[in-house]
Design a binder for this molecule. Structure first.
Ligand SMILES: [Zn+2]
Length: 119
């Protein structure tokens, strides 16, 4: 499978990403990456001022989820700089959901906050 180019996709802030797999570009902030349902519920309650990362639904429309660690992050993990805006986030560098979609949350120049923009 190769990456697909999409029209700009609105990034929609949601409370529970698992209920929005049908919404390409939906995202949820969490405080820590937890794999158990209980852990994830606790993590999203704690994600108030400085989230540790975000789950997102692949903008290509496949319904797959990904996770992006927000800086400062555990050094050995890839991580992204966030503009601090929960409703209209901008991340840098680009997001590559390998085999699906490659682009920027907020545009390559950061001038489209809250929108997933294909490369
Ligand atoms: Zn996809």
């Amino acid at each position: 499978m190769t990456d697909v180019k999409t029209q700009p996709v609105k990034a929609t802030l949601v409370d529970d990403i698992d209920e929005h797999v049908g919404t390409p570009g939906a995202f949820e902030f969490v405080n820590h990456y937890k794999v158990t349902p209980e852990g994830r519920a606790r993590a999203r309650q704690e994600a108030v001022e400085q989230p540790a990362g975000m789950f997102y639904v692949c903008p290509c429309g496949c319904g797959h989820q990904g996770y992006l660690a927000i800086r400062p992050a555990v050094p050995e993990h890839p991580s992204w700089a966030w503009n601090g805006n929960r409703e209209a986030p901008v991340l840098s560098p680009s997001v590559h959901h390998v085999g699906h979609w490659h682009g920027y949350l907020g545009g390559s120049d950061g001038l489209q906050p809250g929108v997933w923009v294909s490369c």
